[in-house]
Design a binder for this molecule. Sequence first.
Ligand code: SF4
Ligand code: SF4
Length: 379
Amino acid sequence: MRTFDDDDTNHLFILERAGFGALIEALSDAEYEVIAPTIRDGAIIYDAIISEVDLPSGWADDQQAGRYKLKRRNDEALFGYAVGPHSWKKYLHPPEQLLWRAKKKEGGFDIHAAPIDTRKRAFLGVRACEIAAIEIQDRVFLRGPHIDEAYRARRENTLIIAVNCGDPAATCFCVSMSTGPAVRSGYDIAITEIISEDRHHFVIDAAGDAGRTVLKHLPLRPAGKKGLQAAEAVTAHAQQQMKRSLDTDGLQALLQNNADHPQWDNVASRCLSCTNCTAVCPTCFCTTVEDHTDLSGENAERVQHWDSCFSGSFSELGGAPVRRSTKSRYRQWMTHKLSTWIDQFGTSGCVGCGRCIAWCPAGIDITEEAAAIRKGANS
Ligand code: SF4
Ligand code: SF4
């Protein structure tokens, strides 16, 4: 067993279950819109909540390739499930956003940039793989040659309250991607939920000033070394439970050297090019723009919305798509995600959240496809 000194634990506190509602109240009092897991249409999704009653208490998820189902737990855990179809990119990089509006004037147009959203939001229940995904999108939108100012404003106004995973889904493989199940950085507050026969409580880790300011209002007491050990046992258990894996050894070169592998035809015979995998993926960031004018011809606007490398129009060049076949689109997506993303941004584009596996209607599994390419591959 690990030993700890006081420095390991002086930022750790215990919050009993009865006091959890005070966290949401403190966030609201600090003028954060609280976004958290809640249930809609038979799935756990992210939405604005008013109180702890809106959280999916006592629910778990059953996820397999092409399958997602909620089921009851035998306790009242608030965070006893893994990730659902939504990710936080829905808020930080929204599916649709107005870029500008234009009004005709003598000899041209007046163009007005869309107002930037500066609402304060608290994301409650962010998993370790999701923090890794946010860090990947930060690299894309904030650390490249072109800064996305709207993303920056949303990111700077977001408080991240992470939750350590205790029960991974069968589709999760964050251990292979070194992104979970324990949160290590990138959060303001981290929570570990602990339930025993006679007690339900949380170990709370206050990482930064913004988080500590909120926690000042809560009925906390020091967690000490015992609290830290209990929290670490939760994520150690989650790690042991994780059955799915992806062998990343040499994967970057493997995919780039095997563009003609017969497995690409095999997966293309199953893939529907439906774009689900890119919509649910927390790191996919591609967009397109549409311009609209009204019937008077006086007003126009440009709207950005998510696009997908699986859509026919995505690679259109000179009036025809460069990637005409499903085979070329799937190969592009998986090779970018697991290989050329590393060339481009220095990390994999996959955090092992498993969403693309559960929400693919054909049950296509990125870990199985990568393993199949490895068989009989060119080195
Ligand atoms: S891999 Fe699955 S989710 Fe992705 S486009 Fe093909 S059928 Fe749709
Ligand atoms: S590729 Fe699939 S498993 Fe990887 S981050 Fe995207 S949705 Fe999650």
